[in-house]
Structures are given as structure tokens and as C-alpha cells.
Design a protein around this ligand. Structure first.
Ligand code: UDX
Length: 437
């Protein structure tokens, strides 16, 4: 199919490349010239495993191009809207400026039978508004809502082989046509029996935000248990294993630690709360405020643990902060708990040296006051304490015996519960995990 993807950020760049990889003829459109130039040369503007490979192969096949010129959307029959919906400044609600302006800019280039497909995460009710906007600006064009569930670090796989597809379509003939067109877009996934839910706009929008709200709640639940475990002398990792054996609960997303961050979960639960309040049902998701509060407390907890381990004072103590990205295999530092911990320790006067395999550039842009190093050894050398806040493989695989020789005092705070506590203690380290004795 001929496809345009409007918005080439995280979601859009991956989606455009993946659609071309599936054999479609794709044009990616964005207002950011620098980003478009990078993508057009086959390079990814951010770190995402597997993306450079499919960008290059799709470009070489002639099926993928990038432009800043919206008129190049003309001729495509399916137009994905993949722009961001960040948190509004000073408010919890989502900022829909980019979605609205992308649709407005696209409308003049739509022709009869074209399908506009929203992928961005939006407050429930947005698609219905946009459907009116599309049909009044381009009668004959249609709208569908097809939320994206991709995880950073697995974005290519999640796009090409999603664990489910959701189409929000209108209940009339247009809705049936939209479904057929989306079936053609996703023919490969459907042929592999990917579950498909065809529903209305509101349900499709809510599926996305409720999925993220559920995941955030799961993480904050286990972090709340970590808080209790800390005062009761229990071990939250064993607790998670034990409850996780219950198939109704499941072990995934029950890793206690410094909490969740990133470009989705934090802002999506806040936008959901704001939207529920607008709808007069704030109390239905009032628990999300608690989910957010528990999550933010864990960052402070890590800082407090570093302070306690250093005798109550971090001032002028060298603290090696291992990790800046909000999760491993990503260079994303949006709302990153790891970066927050580094900044807070620096604010308390600690001599912070931060290391991350991919996220230094992005961190530097936001917090140039921090000292960064590309090498784990340099970060650890003469450190009074080490704190792991992103569980990159190279941190998980550190040899406690070998690295002990580098530090001034062998104190490690495992903010992700990703190390073998016994091995580190046996090597002579003072090891502290989250919610573990
Ligand atoms: C999330 C959703 O998973 C995805 O479906 C949606 O489309 C976008 O938002 P992502 O932001 O890439 O994806 O990250 P995810 O893997 O969900 O992790 C989010 C955060 O939770 C990370 O900071 C991670 O470290 C943290 N986390 C995850 C935990 O603290 N504990 C866990 O057990 C799992």
C-alpha cells in the first residue's frame, strides 16, 4: 500500500521503516529538517536496536523516503498520525497541539477514500473530534484509531509482530472500509494469527491509556510492597517471584526498584487522570495519583539510601551513578528516574560521575552541570559509593571482585535489584537493594 507517516519521532520513524520493511511504499513526513536529513541518510535520530538496519534496507529498496514537505502525502491512501502528545506545561493534561496541527496540515492533500489513522496516545474523545475535522475538511476521507503499544528497545519487533492489533473505527460503511484497508496494511501480522480487536474510537483510545495505567500500577504495586518489605525485613524480589507464579498475577512488570519513567507511562497516567476529571469521573482513577506518588518516592529512596550508606552526608563524596536512560537499550532520558537520582545527588553536593552506554548526550543537553564519563572504570575509580539506576547488561555483568579494586569504599546501592546480592557481599561489598534486607 502507499502510506504516509506524519511525525517521525520515536513512534513514527519506527513505524515508517517497519511499514516499508513489510513491503509498503512509505513516505515519512516531519517538520524537523535535521531529523528528516538523518533518516533520509538511513541513520536513526535515537538509539533503537534494529532500527538502523531496517532504515537502510528499506531505503535501498526504494520503498522508504523522508521529507519535510506535507504535499508528498498526496498519493498515499493510508496516512498515519504519529506525532507526540506531551504533558502540557504546568498541567497534567495531554497537549494535543501537534495532533491537531498534523491533521490540519494533512487535510488539503487528502483525496476521496483516503484513510487517516491515529497512532498517537490521546485522551478519550479525541478521535471523534478529529473525525469531524477530517470529514469537514476532506469529505470522502475517513478516520480510524489504531493505538501503538511498542516498547522502546523492542520497537521494531513490536511494530512488525505486535502482540495484538486494535482498530477503532466508525460504525458505518466507512468503518468497514477502514477495517479492510488496515487489514491490508497489517496483512503479515494477521496471517500470523495476531489477535485483532475491532471496536469504536473511544474504546481504542482507552485501550492504550488503560494498558499503560495497568502497567504503571503493577510497578507501583510492587514498589509499595518494597516499602513495606524495607520496614518489615522482608525480600520483595522473593515476594514477586512467589506471587508471580500465580498465573492470574504473572511475574512480568513486578520488578521493584527506582520506578518507571520514559516518554509514556508517567505522562499517560497523568493525562488519564486529567481526562477522567474532565469527564466527571476523577474518582475512578484517583488511585493513579497514588501510583505516581509511590513511583516518585522511589527516586528519593535511592538518594536517601546513598546518603545513609555514606554516614548521612553525601557532600564532596564521590558517587558513581551507573545508568541515565529510563531503561536499558535506550538513550531516552525523558522523565528518567536514573537521571533524576544523579541530579538530586549532585544538588546535595555529591561529586557525581555518571555513566551510561547510550544516554550521555541526551543527559548532557538537559543537565550540563553533571560530570559524565564513557567508561565504567573511570566512574568507579575512587568512588565512595556506587549506585546502579539503569540495569544495562554491562552493569549487571560487573565482576564484584575485579571492580572492588577500583573504588575507595565498596558500597553499592542496587536501585534496580539487578545484581546477585550474595556474590557482591561475598566479594566484600556493602550491598543494598530495594526492598531487600
Ligand atoms: C511503555 C509500554 O510498555 C508500551 O506498551 C507503550 O506503548 C509505551 O510505554 P516503554 O516506555 O518503552 O513502554 O517502557 P517499559 O518497558 O514499559 O518500561 C517503563 C518503565 O518501567 C521503565 O522505566 C522501566 O525501567 C520500568 N519498569 C518496568 C520497572 O520499574 N519495573 C518493571 O518490572 C518493569
Amino acid at each position: 500500500m502507499k502510506i504516509s507517516v506524519v511525525g517521525c519521532g520515536y513512534l513514527g520513524a519506527v513505524h515508517a521503516a517497519a511499514m516499508a520493511e513489510l513491503g509498503h511504499d512509505v513516505v515519512g513526513i516531519d517538520v524537523d529538517t535535521a531529523k528528516i536529513e538523518l533518516l533520509a541518510s538511513g541513520r536513526a535520530p535515537f538509539f533503537e536496536p534494529g532500527l538502523p538496519e531496517i532504515l537502510t534496507s528499506a531505503r535501498d529498496s526504494g520503498r522508504l523516503r523522508f521529507t519535510t514537505d506535507m504535499s508528498e502525502a498526496r498519493g498515499s491512501s493510508v496516512h498515519f498520525i504519529a506525532v507526540g502528545t506531551p504533558q502540557k506545561k504546568g498541567e497534567y493534561a495531554a497537549d494535543l497541539t501537534y495532533v491537531n496541527s498534523a491533521v490540519d496540515a494533512l487535510i488539503p492533500f487528502l483525496t476521496d477514500g483516503d484513510l487517516v489513522v491515529g497512532k498517537s496516545t490521546v485522551p478519550v474523545g479525541t478521535a471523534a473530534d478529529l473525525a469531524v475535522r477530517v470529514s469537514s475538511g476532506a469529505p470522502g476521507a475517513m478516520l480510524a484509531w489504531n493505538p501503538e503499544f511498542l516498547r522502546e528497545g523492542f520497537a521494531v519487533k513490536d511494530t512488525i509482530s505486535p502482540d495484538r492489533l486494535v482498530y477503532g473505527v466508525s460504525s458505518d460503511h466507512d468503518g468497514a472500509v477502514a477495517k479492510e484497508m488496515l487489514d491490508e496494511v497489517y496483512a503479515k501480522a494477521l496471517s500470523e494469527n495476531t489477535p485483532l480487536v475491532v471496536t469504536d474510537y473511544a474504546t481504542a483510545e482507552l485501550v492504550k491509556v488503560s494498558a499503560n495505567a495497568f502497567l504503571a500500577t503493577k510497578i507501583s504495586f510492587i514498589n509499595a510492597m518494597a516499602e513495606i518489605a524495607e520496614v518489615a525485613g522482608a525480600d520483595v524480589t522473593q515476594l514477586a517471584d512467589a506471587i508471580g507464579y500465580d498465573a492470574r498475577i504473572g511475574r512480568r512488570f513486578l520488578n521493584a526498584g527506582v520506578g518507571f519513567g520514559g516518554g509514556c507511562l508517567p505522562k499517560d497516567i497523568r493525562a488519564f487522570s486529567a481526562r477522567a476529571e474532565e469527564l466527571g469521573r476523577g474518582e475512578s482513577v484517583a488511585f493513579l495519583k497514588e501510583v505516581d506518588a509511590i513511583n516518585l518516592r522511589r527516586r528519593q529512596r535511592v538518594v536517601d539510601m546513598v546518603r545513609e550508606s555514606l554516614g548521612g552526608e553525601v557532600y564532596q563524596k564521590k558517587v558513581a551513578v551507573l545508568g541515565l536512560a529510563f531503561k536499558p537499550d535506550s538513550d531516552d532520558v525523558r522523565d528518567s528516574p536514573a537521571l533524576d537520582v544523579a541530579v538530586n545527588l549532585h544538588g546535595l553536593g555529591a561529586d557525581v560521575v555518571a555513566m551510561d552506554p547510550q544516554a550521555i548526550e541526551n543527559s548532557k543537553r538537559l543537565h550540563p552541570q553533571l560530570l559524565f564519563t564513557e567508561s565504567v572504570e573511570a566512574a568507579l575509580r575512587h568512588a565512595d559509593a556506587v549506585v546502579i539506576v539503569t540495569e544495562w547488561k554491562e552493569f549487571r555483568e560487573l565482576d564484584p571482585v575485579a571492580v572492588k579494586a577500583l573504588v575507595k569504599s565498596p558500597v553499592i546501592i542496587d536501585g534496580r535489584n539487578c545484581l546477585d546480592a550474595i556474590a557482591w557481599r561475598e566479594a566484600g561489598w556493602t550491598y543494598r537493594g530495594m526492598g531487600r534486607p
